[in-house]
Design a protein. Structure first.
Length: 323
């Protein structure tokens, strides 16, 4: 070990402070790391200010926005670059960052007081008071706000399929990911994950208003549109059978980034899987997996992509390339 740690010198003072905070809360912290942390603090005023701000930031962890969670997970990937460079002491820094990322993922729970929620791996069919039906996917939550004038669903996180009962006098809207989806027909799917929004239309059409102000007045049957990092996307044709596969406990991916695949697997298994290599996270994956057996899916991915794993526990896993 050397005093240049954290192992990503190009990182900002804030990112390095996050690293040290995670490490100090982990079982890997010892007297040698304490000396390095003190040396890092003494190195600059910028480091000391970043440390103070980071401590304050995480005292308020329950208010984190998903975008902030993503920022911490990017710190894990920066640590992964150090691994690729040959750092032999990679286990404890990644472990520390992983523990922090996991804590953030659990702490951010905007749907804690939701009317309906599903746990990890659970799916649920819900009959609403207006006659509409909802299929709530795993690790999802929503609230219902119906009045004489309107029907509003707030999807706090996760995914839901809506089969909407006709009622011209009361528009049916889903609020999610900073956007709004208004039913102009009967059946559609809304997914909110890490602050972004994806909408798939199965019957008739919907109106989609994104957080960035973009609006699609009519998204027709058979099309899907999504935002990425808060920026609205372009509608595209989609295979509805594949899109609905999750309702049959199947996960279908066609040339999707490994990060997206792992994000979905994380919703079906307890704990957290983190990819430590950003290049690996971007690798495209095609496959069909059984949602009832996420461990088998993980094994297939590791074998096919020649990926190694490090299990801190049965629940906490780091994926990385062979070194």
């Amino acid at each position: 070990m050397n005093p240049s740690f954290p192992p990503f010198p190009d990182a900002s003072a804030e990112e390095q402070a996050e690293y040290w905070l995670a490490l100090r809360e982990s079982p890997f912290y010892d007297s040698e790391q304490e000396k390095l942390w003190l040396a890092w603090l003494a190195a600059s005023r910028e480091n000391r200010e970043a440390w103070q701000q980071t401590q304050l930031f995480f005292r308020r962890v329950e208010t984190l926005h998903p975008a902030q969670v993503r920022r911490i997970e990017r710190s894990v990937q920066k640590a992964g670059r150090a691994v690729a460079a040959g750092a032999g002491l990679w286990r404890w820094p990644i472990a520390a960052c992983l523990m922090l990322a996991v804590c953030l993922g659990w702490a951010f729970n905007a749907g804690y007081f939701a009317d309906f929620r599903t746990s990890t791996g659970e799916q649920r069919r819900i009959q609403l008071s207006d006659g509409s039906t909802v299929i709530l996917n795993t690790a999802s939550s929503l609230s219902v706000d119906f009045s004489e004038q309107q029907r509003v669903i707030r999807l706090h996180g996760g995914e839901a399929y809506f089969k909407v009962a006709a009622d011209a006098a009361r528009p049916f809207e889903v609020v999610a990911g900073g956007g709004r989806v208004r039913a102009l027909g009967t059946a559609f799917d809304v997914k909110q994950w890490q602050g972004d929004l994806a909408v798939t239309v199965y019957e008739h059409s919907v109106r989609v208003a994104f957080a960035d102000g973009a609006t699609i007045e009519r998204l027709p049957e058979g099309q899907r549109v999504a935002s990425l990092d808060g920026k609205s996307g372009t509608p595209e044709q989609t295979n509805l059978r594949q899109a609905a596969a999750w309702q049959e406990r199947r996960l279908v991916f066609k040339e999707k980034p490994l990060q997206q695949v792992i994000d979905d697997l994380n919703r079906y298994r307890p704990g957290k899987i983190v990819i430590a290599d950003p290049d690996l996270a971007a690798h495209l994956v095609t496959g069909v997996f059984n949602a009832n057996d996420p461990e088998a899916a993980l094994t297939v991915i590791e074998t096919t992509l020649a990926v190694s794993e490090t299990r801190l526990t049965d629940a906490f896993i780091v994926l990385h390339r062979h070194y």
